[in-house]
Design a protein. Structure first.
Length: 445
């Protein structure tokens, strides 16, 4: 009878004991697999968010610098309201459109472009291990703009990267939508999209990232109709004739319309720089949190592996003691010390291999749950991102999520460590078994 056959036979004789060791070792290896996978997932989402934010901030700064002649007039910050179905909308203060012609008549003004914007979405609440946070899941943002190709050529009203085409001048039943809107409602170029109860033809889908992914561009007059805002606009873009007129026009607007917010490219740049500072502060907190997570992870993994190795050691010691008489018979039949030692190490390795395979299966399926269960700080990091992502200024952030998925290399390493633990844990018991003298072993009861 070969060593493997004897090993499997001896293991099958002690099913309950072996099962307990396999379960304990399985969960230990599952933790070993899941924790690094969870940390890596957090690192990946941090990197993805960093790249996404920097990309959008760079685009914002580029736009601000490119639009040095532009002055923006708004009525203030938006508020949020909901109806009985908890359907949320951003209520943006509106401006009477009659002042557009008044502004156009000011000295130093080249062009005036009015906009009407309204965001639709749903309020959602999620809970982490440490906090409860609320954010807005934005369905789409209606942006009513003049369908005027001349203004678009001058001031980039529409995004540039488009599948399909831009709306034609005066094309009232057409819309240009962002990529997220296209995916959410499963519509593309040539399809019809219901916007607040009115059907529109989708003539183009924007491939641009950032806030533009959520936009539905429609003719200003149509937007006013479906939003019940006839004669109202949300924002007015004022373009000065040259840089020497910017401050003059801005000061005149502030004096003439003190109830409105007037901002130039300098103020917009300052706002963007403040956003960047807030983001860098958040990154520092995340990095510090991730450093603590790694330290805790090392401790948890080490404790888990030591505990499991000790379990294998004591189980095999008990097995040696239990099988002392059997060892004596084997030696009487001619088995050498090396044969005895190899037999017990092999049994320990096989049991550990079974535990490693069980752990790999548990870790592969339950890695996200195990990672956040063992290290709740991982979910705290995700909660910090989601809270930021839910803000209307960064709707793209809510699309990124932590998915702890161990790769095959990590799984194989986990199984290898399980076998190594079993072999090392069995080494001393196997050595003790090989040192038992046949006469003493046969007397053992």
């Amino acid at each position: 009878m070969g060593a493997f056959t004897r090993a499997f036979r001896n293991i099958s004789r002690r099913k309950v004991r072996v099962l307990l060791v396999v379960i304990a070792l399985g969960f230990s290896i599952a933790v070993f697999i899941s924790v690094p996978a969870g940390i890596k997932a957090n690192q990946d989402i941090t990197q993805a968010m960093t790249e996404k934010y920097q990309e959008n901030l760079a685009r914002l700064m580029e736009q601000i610098n490119r639009t040095a002649l532009q002055i923006y007039v708004t009525a203030g910050m938006p508020s949020i309201s909901s109806n009985q179905q908890t359907y949320q909308t951003f209520q943006i203060p509106l401006i009477d459109e009659s002042i557009v012609d008044e502004i156009r008549a000011l000295d130093g003004v080249q062009d005036v472009v009015p906009f009407l914007m309204k965001a639709f979405g749903e309020k959602k609440t999620e809970q982490t291990a440490t906090s409860i946070y609320t954010y807005m899941d934005i369905y789409y943002i209606i942006l009513g703009v003049p369908f005027n190709s001349t203004l678009d050529d001058l001031y980039f009203i529409f995004p540039c990267d488009i599948e399909g085409r831009k709306p034609y001048d005066g094309e009232s039943d057409a819309v240009l939508i962002g990529l997220n809107v296209s995916r959410r409602f499963n519509v593309g170029v040539g399809d019809t999209l219901d916007i607040n109860g009115t059907d529109f033809r989708v003539v183009g889908v924007s491939r641009s990232s950032g806030l533009e992914e959520m936009m539905v561009y429609m003719d200003l007059r149509e937007a006013q109709k479906i939003l019940n805002a006839e004669g109202k606009v949300e924002q007015i873009m004022v373009v000065a004739k040259d840089l020497s007129y910017v401050d003059k026009v801005a000061n005149e607007l502030k004096a003439k319309y003190p109830y409105l917010d007037v901002s130039t490219y300098r103020e917009q740049r300052h706002t963007a720089e403040s956003m960047q500072q807030q983001y860098e502060d958040m990154l520092q907190k995340l990095a510090a949190n991730l450093g603590q997570i790694k330290g805790t992870a090392k401790q948890v993994t080490l404790i888990s592996l030591v505990a499991t190795g000790s379990m294998v050691l004591f189980t095999m010691l008990y097995t040696v003691r239990e099988r002392t008489k059997e060892i004596g018979i084997m030696k009487a039949l001619g088995f050498t010390n090396w044969n005895i030692m190899t037999q017990f190490v092999l049994e320990g390795a096989i049991i550990s291999l079974m535990g490693g395979i069980a752990g790999a299966a548990i870790g592969s399926v339950g890695a996200p749950m195990l990672a956040t269960l063992v290290l709740p700080q991982l979910r705290s990091n995700l909660g910090m991102w989601s809270s930021h992502g839910g803000h209307s200024s960064a709707p793209w952030a809510s699309e990124l999520s932590v998915v702890a998925s161990p790769d095959m290399q990590l799984i194989l390493v986990g199984i290898g460590i399980a076998v190594l633990l079993g072999a090392l844990g069995s080494l001393y018991p196997a050595w003790r078994a090989s040192r038992i003298r046949p006469v003493e072993a046969l007397r053992h009861e």
